[in-house]
Each structure stands twice: as C-alpha cells, then as structure tokens.
Design a protein around this ligand. Structure first.
Ligand code: ATP
Length: 361
C-alpha cells in the first residue's frame, strides 16, 4: 500500500448508490442515481466540506462515509480495512456505531423518551466499552467535552434548547471515539444566535481530539470557513475538489464558480454568474458531463464524454471539465460570456435543448 493510502482514515473508491425511485411502486424500473463513481480520501484530522444544490448526493456521500449506507458498487475502507467485509458489529464499532453522524435537526435525531445519560450510554453499552463505572465516567466526560452541564444528564431532550440538543447529538457522535464525524447541515435548524457556538464547538473538538470532520452544508461561506478542502457535487458526481482557499476565485469548474459567485459576503467576492434552468432529474441524468445542460461553455464533446479528473496547479486541486475556467480568467469575462449565451437563446429554445439533452441519455 502506498503511503497516501495507508495514511488515509477513510477511502471511498468508485462508489455508486442507486435507489429505486420513490413513489414509483414496487415494480418500478426507474432508478435514482444518488451517487456515481465517487472517489474520495480523507486524512486523519482533516475537515472536508461538501457543497452542491439540493439533491446532488451530499447526504448520500456522507452516509456512505460513516457506513450507514452501503454503496451499490465500489468500496469504502476505514484505516485500510474494507468496511463492508466486516461483520455488522465490527463495522458499527469501527465507524462509531453508526452514530458518528450529526444531523440537521437534533429534535428528530435523538430519542425523545431517553434521558441525555441514556442517549450517551447506549452506544457504550451496545459495544461493551469498559466497565459500567467507566461508562458512567465516559458519559460525564462527553458532556463536559461538549459544554453540557452535568445537571442535565437526567433531563429529556424535549426539555433542552436546540443548541443543547445539538450538543447531545455531537457528544453521542463522539461516544465511541470514531476518528471521523460527519455533520450534515448541523446548524440549519438552529437559531442564528447559537449557530456560531455549535460551529466553534466542532472546530474546537476537531483540534482537541484530532478528529476528521466532513461538513455538509448549503451555506457555502460556512463550509469554506470550516474546511481544509472543499468538494463540489453535481447530480451525484464529485466534479471538483480544491483546497478551501482556492475554491472561489481559483475554482476551475464552471459549476463551482457559478455556485460560489451567488454567495454574498465572501472575502474574495466574484461577480454573480447566472445558473439557469433546473437541475436535471437524478433518474435520467444527462449523458456525458452532468452539468452540460446548464453550462454556458458546453459543446458536443460534453454531451458525449464524461470528463476525467484533471489536476489544477495547486496540490490537491482537481476538476472534471472539458472546458475549464482558466485560473487567469477574470470573472467579469465569464459573467459576460454566460449572459451572452443565455441572451442568444430564447427561453423556449433553452427548454427544448435541455429536454432533448435529458431524453437523449
Ligand atoms: N432512499 C431513497 N430512495 C430514493 N431516492 C433517494 C433516497 N435517498 C436519496 N434519494 C435521492 O437521491 C438523490 C440524492 O439525495 P441526497 O439526499 O443525497 O441529496 P442532498 O444533496 O443531500 O440533498 P439535500 O441538500 O436536499 O439534503 C436525490 O435525488 C434524492 O431524492
């Protein structure tokens, strides 16, 4: 095994997740391509942000990383060991008992009938971590770690504030010392006033425990602030992977540029590039590059060939695009280019082109 691979905490290779389409009935042949050919390596202690529009597969990738979702094809290994060759008990113990994940809404993620103490003890009991006395001690330790006063141990989640509930969810995710925590929109259901506290807590825990963190969010500004590396997803595919400081002005994929250009308040703002038309259905993704039906740079080759990853100039930066934005290209030119392309096509024609592209797949 090469150094890079043996150093990896988690490695996902060629992962696909295909679902039966919802609402299509038991015998439907429609399939949803939630994740397609994902390759991703996460190093210990690293924070990886995942961005993309709704339905692009962010949560699916997150679940694959913590062994909650089994890929239809491809492999997931944790510290060099294939997760899905392990027994269910070993897999749960390896990736944090399936609890190494923090969800958007802690009020639905936590069992309302169990006290905080029980919620935190459960994974320790199931995996028989230490003696009963040591488990009690671990519960106290976990509560202190996330800043929850010990007096709340016997309370039910319903009696806690939203921020406190999310702290319980974070403590539970840490109970088995998983090495990797996946936070899927961890602050979007919280009051604005407590969001920063929860984000700072995650950053602080990451530093203190040497955790790797995967941070999924629609809030691109926050993803950028939290992450070492940012992954852009589109229609189930990873289309760009870049160091966080290169992901706005220096991103090479037109989709990443357009996505970030719409974000207010960036430190290095770029002019907004119009992102027109709907995201195609994940049941019938377009042939070739999935972004081509909305891309102002697309041509015939984009309809036929899915681009391979190409390396950008900075280490760890790669993208999949036949006509990437050049690092030297000024954003204003792209805005003008995108605007002239959309102005030269009537809405009806644009719709027809888009429908044909989807039908042709
Ligand atoms: N169990 C399932 N059955 C059928 N389709 C599913 C299932 N889970 C996810 N999908 C579909 O897979 C695609 C990817 O979903 P996913 O939840 O990973 O996207 P997402 O980027 O996390 O979206 P959001 O930002 O809205 O949470 C979507 O089209 C979704 O509808």
């Amino acid at each position: 095994m090469s150094d890079a691979l043996s150093d990896a905490l988690v490695q996902v290779s060629g992962a696909h997740v295909v679902h039966r389409a919802r609402g299509g009935g038991l015998f439907t042949r429609d399939r949803v391509y939630a994740l397609t050919g994902a390759d991703l390596t996460i190093a210990p202690g690293e924070t990886v942000g995942v961005v993309g529009e709704s339905g692009c597969g962010k949560s699916t990738l997150a679940k694959v990383l913590v062994g909650v979702e089994r890929p239809t094809a491809g492999t997931v290994s944790f510290r060099g060991r294939d997760l899905w060759s392990m027994s269910p008990a070993e897999r749960r113990a390896t990736v944090g008992g399936g609890t190494g994940m923090i969800f958007q809404d802690p009020s639905t993620a936590l069992n309302r009938r169990l006290s905080v103490r029980r919620i935190l003890r459960d994974p320790l009991d199931v995996h028989r971590r230490g003696t009963p006395a040591e488990r009690e001690e671990r519960v106290r330790e976990l509560m202190a770690l996330v800043g929850l006063p010990a007096v709340l141990a016997d309370g039910l989640p319903g009696r806690l504030s939203g921020g406190q509930r999310q702290r319980v969810a974070i403590a539970r995710a840490l109970a088995l010392d998983p090495g990797l925590v996946v936070a899927d929109e961890p602050t979007s259901a919280l009051d604005v006033s407590v969001r920063a506290q929860i984000l700072n807590l995650l950053l602080d825990l990451k530093e203190r425990l040497g955790l790797a963190l995967v941070f999924v969010s629609h809030d691109i500004q926050t993803v950028r602030r939290m992450s070492d590396r940012v992954i852009t997803m589109y229609l189930g595919r990873i289309v760009e992977e870049a160091p966080a400081d290169a992901v706005t002005g220096r991103s090479r994929h037109p989709y990443t540029r357009a996505l970030f250009s719409a974000t207010p308040g960036l430190l290095d703002p770029i002019d907004p590039i119009p992102l027109t038309g709907p995201v195609p259905s994940a049941t019938r993704p377009p042939s070739g590059c999935p972004f081509r039906t909305r891309c102002w740079r697309a041509d015939g080759v984009c309809a036929e060939v899915m681009p391979d990853f190409a390396a950008a100039s900075s280490p760890g930066h790669r993208f999949r695009c036949h006509h990437p934005v050049q690092e030297t290209e000024w954003t204003g030119d792209l805005v003008a280019e995108a605007a002239s392309r959309s102005a030269s096509v009537s809405p009806a024609t644009a719709r027809a082109v888009q429908e044909r592209a989807v039908r042709d797949t």
